[in-house]
Ligand binder design. Structure first.
Ligand code: PLP
Length: 389
C-alpha cells in the first residue's frame, strides 16, 4: 500500500510483487480456466478473492493490480471493482445500494446515460428517482423522505459544470443514514479524493483520463469497507468483468496521469481565459473560473482542474453552432474525452428539476496536449463565422 503523496502514489500503487514476481508492469494475463492440482486446492480457492486465481471472471494479476492501484488513490477506500465501461460501473454501483421501493436523489446535471438508467431499468425494478439542483448543498435535507436511500452526485455536472458542495451533502447523508455516490470522472481522485471528502462510493469512467489515450472502454467503483462485500457480490452475480488488455492499458495510463492532468489543466485554462474575452462568447463554464457555478467549492475542495469545459455562445442559434463546429480543423468531433487530443461536441443539457437560462447555444471542449496557441488559432477561425452579440 503506497502511503506517499499523490504523485508518488500514482507510481507505486498496485505494484505488489506477489502478483507479478517483481515485473514492473504486470503482464496481460488472459484466462478463463485456471487448473488446480487437487480438489483440495480447488476448494481452497473458494470463495474467490483477490490474489488467488480461481476462474477468469474473478480476475487475474493484471486486474487485481489495477483494482489495488485505484483503491490506493482514494485515501479511506478499501476496495475497487472494474467494469467494461463507465456506464456499467455507474449501473453496478447503483444496483449495489438500491432495492425495490427505494427513492434515489439524482443530481439534475447528471450524465445522460445515468439519467436513462434511472428512467428505465431502475424504474422497472421499483426504484423512483427525484432530481435535485446541483447547487442545493445542505438544502438537500429538505428532499430526504421515508423512502430515500441514496444520493448520487456528479461534480462538476455534465455539460454545465456546476461544482457541488460535496462535504455539505455528505454530512446530511450521514446524519440521515443515506449512501452517497459520486461520478468523479472529471477530476479523478488525483484532483479530488472523493472518499476522503466524505463520499461512500466513487465512480470513474476510466475510459477518460485513466486510460488517457482514447483506446479503452473501462469503468471503476471504489468503496469504503462497509460496502465492499456488497459491491463484490453485485459484480459477481451480474457477471461483470473487464478484459485484461483494457486493464493493462488503464494501468499504463495511470502512471502518467499526474503529468497529463497538469498539462490538460494548463492548456485548458489558457484556452478558457482566451475564450472568455471573445465577443461571440457569453460565458465560459470552467470550474476554475469564478463565473462557473460552484467555483468556490472547486477552489476549496479540488487540487486542480482537468481539460473539459463548456462555452456558452452569445446569441446565434443551432445553425450558427453547426457552422462554428464544422469550421474547426484541429478539434475532433466525437464523443468521450480525456484522451491526449482536443475534442468538441454540441452540448444540450437536459434538466427536469431546475431551470437553466443560457445566452445562446453551448459547445463543450476537451483541451488536449497540443500547443494551446494552435488551438486558439483554430477557435479564432471558427468564431469568425459566428454572429457576435
Ligand atoms: C463518459 C462518461 C461516463 C461513461 O463512461 P463510458 O466508459 O463511456 O461508459 C460516465 N460519466 C461521465 C461523467 C462520463 O463523462
Amino acid at each position: 500500500m503506497s502511503e506517499g503523496k499523490p504523485d508518488t502514489r500514482l507510481v507505486e500503487a498496485g505494484r505488489r510483487p506477489e502478483y507479478t514476481n517483481g515485473i514492473v508492469n504486470p503482464p496481460v494475463y488472459r484466462a478463463s480456466t485456471i487448473l488446480f492440482d487437487s480438489v483440495e486446492a480447488m476448494e481452497a480457492a473458494n470463495p474467490p478473492r483477490d490474489g488467488t486465481l480461481h476462474y477468469g471472471r474473478s480476475g487475474t494479476p493484471t486486474t487485481w493490480a489495477l483494482c489495488d492501484a485505484l483503491t490506493e488513490l482514494e485515501p479511506g477506500a478499501s476496495m475497487t471493482r472494474i467494469f467494461p465501461s463507465g456506464s456499467a460501473a455507474v449501473a453496478a454501483a447503483l444496483l449495489t445500494v438500491l432495492e425495490a421501493g427505494d427513492e434515489l436523489l439524482m443530481v439534475d446535471s447528471a450524465y445522460g446515460p445515468t439519467r436513462a438508467l434511472c428512467e428505465s431499468v431502475l424504474k422497472r425494478f421499483g426504484v423512483s428517482t427525484r432530481y435535485y439542483d446541483p447547487m442545493i448543498g445542505a438544502g438537500i435535507a429538505d428532499l430526504v423522505g421515508e423512502r430515500t436511500r441514496a444520493i448520487f452526485l456528479e461534480s462538476p455536472g455534465t455539460y454545465t459544470f456546476e461544482v457541488q458542495d460535496v462535504p455539505a451533502i455528505c454530512a446530511v447523508a450521514r446524519e440521515r443514514g443515506l449512501v452517497t455516490l459520486i461520478d468523479n470522472t472529471w477530476a479523478t481522485p488525483f484532483f479530488f479524493p472523493a472518499i476522503a471528502a466524505g463520499v461512500d462510493i466513487s465512480i470513474l469512467a476510466c475510459t477518460k483520463y485513466i486510460g488517457g489515450h482514447a483506446d479503452v472502454m473501462l469503468g471503476s467503483v471504489t468503496v469504503k469497507s462497509d460496502l465492499a462485500a456488497r459491491l463484490d457480490q453485485t459484480r459477481r452475480v451480474l457477471g461483470q468483468t473487464a478484459g485484461p488488455d483494457d486493464a493493462w492499458l488503464a494501468l499504463r495510463g495511470l502512471r502518467t496521469l499526474a503529468l497529463r492532468l497538469r498539462q490538460h489543466q494548463e492548456n485548458g485554462l489558457r484556452v478558457a481565459r482566451w475564450l472568455r474575452e471573445q465577443p461571440q462568447v457569453a460565458r465560459v463554464l470552467h470550474p476554475a473560473l469564478d463565473e462557473c457555478p460552484g467555483h468556490e467549492f472547486w477552489a476549496r475542495d479540488f487540487t486542480g482542474a482537468s481539460g473539459l469545459f463548456s462555452v456558452v455562445l452569445k446569441g446565434g442559434g443551432a445553425a450558427a453552432r453547426v457552422t462554428l463546429i464544422d469550421a474547426l480543423k484541429r478539434f475532433g468531433l466525437g464523443y468521450s474525452w480525456g484522451g491526449y487530443e482536443s475534442l468538441v461536441v454540441p452540448a444540450d443539457p437536459v434538466r427536469t428539476a431546475t431551470r437553466t437560462e443560457y445566452e445562446g447555444p453551448i459547445i463543450r471542449l476537451h483541451i488536449g496536449l497540443e500547443d494551446p496557441d494552435d488551438l486558439i488559432d483554430d477557435l479564432s477561425a471558427g468564431l469568425a463565422s459566428y454572429p457576435s452579440g
